[in-house]
Ligand binder design. Sequence first.
Ligand code: NAG
Length: 389
Amino acid sequence: MAIAPIFKKAYWSLAIVGGLYFVYMTLLLNGWVQRQALYAHNVHTAWWQGPNKPEQFGFLKNQVRPFTIITPDGEKLYAWHTLPLSTYIKNEDALVQESTSSREDPESSLAFKLLAKDPESRLIINFHGNAGTVAQGWRTDTYRALTSGLVDKLHVVAVDYRGFGYSTGSPDEKGLIIDGIATVKWALNVAKIPPEKIVLLGQSLGTAVATAVAEHFVVKEGLEFRGVVLVAGFSDLPTLLTTYAIGGVIPILSPLRPYPRLQQFFAKNIQETWFSATRLVNLVRKSKNINLRIIHAQNDFEILWTHSNTLFSAAANATSTGDQGLTQEQIDELKIHQDLGESGFTNSWITVQEDGGRKSIKQDVVRHGGHNRLVTYPVVAKAIANIFQ
Ligand SMILES: *[C@@H]1O[C@H](CO)[C@@H](O)[C@H](O)[C@H]1NC(C)=O
């Protein structure tokens, strides 16, 4: 008899949680709410630790130069250019003496000249994940890891998409792709870095941007980059949201798993789809040469590492010139698998096409690195070094 009120309590708390989830899902059907949840661009710490003083994040004086990229539709994107440490050391006196107020005219800055005037410069264009700014969390460690001597004269440019940090506008799929293209065009046309010296690096949401941008350049402009590196990526947003949890904690569609029709209904109403696997297939097909790296950690609780299997298989399949493509069994049989114990494993797929082109696709799955930190780990640095070798 005394147990009954406890059951009653449990029943009510369940009903309240269920009710709240229902309200939350109904809200998520609204496009604006969806974009706030997916991009989380208003979640950042620039209020009290702004990216305009990169020294706050451990960089040397003028090692990082903030600058602006204007998109064709008039948005002003805030970007960071990080100098290679060895280049910094060679030019230390001049860099230290340079006034930070010369930001008004970034192309007159020494940092820009060191990038643009050296024919040996190489460049990583970094597309970050959702939330935060170029200076958020592990992102600054990424720039440090990549500019500390990994590859000679390797610069990093990172950009805040529209609506993020100090960039103007508000984000959506089309806009973020415009931003990515504008950033690459800045590198090609303003800094004059040839595409064979550029690697596109994306993390999480940034993998979808990097893929869409690389696809755009190969399809629309016939340009191929040195490499594309996708860290903690996903196949497409509706699929991702059936397992995704914001920050690894707040689920979106996964509680609906017992109700597939309801789950499908919500998945269909997702306006931002980011069909990355489809774009990746197109990118691999249309490229003559491609160097693609797909990297994921098994302890990533935001985006399950199995997404990297989907991306790898889609990319491998896209190298096939037959009408039928390949089956999953054929891909599993033909790929080169290497077990690395506590480090995880790799799968490689290298084809030489009839036209002499070479398509190299590699999947690195590590056991450790989580969702956000992985991009700072040696597995990513090594992939980039291999690409430039
Ligand atoms: C490979 O691509 C073909 C289309 O070209 C498709 O029919 C097939 O299902 C794909 N295989 C896998 C494993 O996705």
